[in-house]
Design a protein around this ligand. Structure first.
Ligand SMILES: NC(=O)c1ccc[n+]([C@@H]2O[C@H](COP(=O)([O-])OP(=O)(O)OC[C@H]3O[C@@H](n4cnc5c(N)ncnc54)[C@H](O)[C@@H]3O)[C@@H](O)[C@H]2O)c1
Length: 284
């Protein structure tokens, strides 16, 4: 099955990035947010992002125009009915995602694939909220989606080979490098990454080193492009907390038990870059 028309649900960091990747690689994209002005703001964000790429000589004017012509914004879930693939990328909350999958299942054409961009939640739970569990899969992009080459293809017990092949081909058509992984919390990357990020918060909380020194040490000592605290800010502290909670629920490993400081920062609304304040200050 060739995937040509994509629906993207969710107007956060990831929804916008996935829409940009898919549209730039020739797919028709319908962006759906609960509010029309939010969906339209995503299109404006895409316009700005593409304009910057044209200014830098990374994209031709012609390709910018063609990319934008492939994108449509809506607040109506029914507008996704003719999609070949719908990628859900809303808040990391299983109840919200399950309800959305049940609704999508009723509205989207019967042979379409429904995918989630969840970072850690069990894909099987979303599959079983539908009448088409063989056509439900995880398609996990990384942040920022236009720059990161990896896509994890997450295979729940119910997914058919045809579904996995179709989304793997889609990821490759988006210019990404797909890897396949079983439906276990955190998949490959987050299962390995989050104990490290959480332990950086533990170290900060214990006063072992300062915020800046922790990040400088991991950049200079491991050749990582970002320090762990800056990376948590990029991911979003609320999303990071949800990821750790899901990992801890699944594995009960103490390294996945979110540090109290992280939890308190989320309660305070310090969510990282998206709120302007996290471990670092982005308000200037
Ligand atoms: N942030 C990352 O680095 C990253 C990376 C890969 C995957 N993900 C996953 O992508 C998904 C979205 O994450 P994000 O970082 O874009 O989050 P975000 O906070 O930037 O955006 C969340 C979106 O969900 C919408 N939303 C909130 N409550 C909702 C509801 N009840 N019904 C429908 N929509 C609702 C919000 O309006 C917003 O558009 C999550 O599943 C997350 O785990 C995040």
């Amino acid at each position: 099955m060739a995937i040509k028309r994509i629906g993207v649900l969710g107007s956060g960091i990831m929804g916008s990035g996935i829409a940009e990747v898919a549209a730039k690689t020739g797919h028709e994209v319908i962006l759906r947010s609960r509010k029309l002005d939010t969906a339209q703001a995503m299109v404006s964000g895409l316009e700005k992002s593409l304009a910057k790429q044209v200014d830098k000589g990374k994209l031709s004017d012609e390709d910018r125009t063609a990319t934008l012509a492939r994108v449509q914004a809506t607040d109506d879930l029914d507008a996704l009915s003719g999609c070949d693939l719908v990628i859900e990328s809303v808040v990391e909350d299983l109840d919200v995602k399950r309800a959305l999958f049940a609704e999508l299942d009723r509205g989207v054409q019967a042979d379409a694939i429904l995918a989630t961009n969840t970072s850690t939640l069990p894909v099987i739970e979303m599959a079983m909220a539908t009448e088409r569990p063989q056509q439900v899969v995880g398609v996990h992009f990384f942040n920022p989606a236009p720059m990161m080459s990896l896509v994890e293809i997450v295979r729940p017990l119910t997914a058919s080979d045809e579904t996995v092949t179709a989304v793997t081909e889609f990821a490759a058509a988006c210019g990404k490098d797909p890897v396949e992984v079983k439906d276990r919390a955190g998949f490959i990357v987050n299962a390995l990454l989050f104990p490290y990020l959480n332990n950086a918060v533990r170290m900060l909380e214990a006063g072992t080193a300062s915020r800046d020194d922790i990040d400088t040490a991991m950049k200079g000592g491991c050749n990582f492009p970002m320090g762990p605290l800056a990376l948590l800010d990029l991911v979003g502290l609320d999303t990071s907390l949800a990821i750790l909670d899901a990992l801890h629920t699944e594995f009960k490993d103490p390294n996945y038990a979110a540090m109290p400081l992280l939890r308190r920062m989320v309660s305070a609304g310090h969510l990282g870059r998206k709120s302007g304040q996290g471990f670092f200050d982005y308000r200037r």
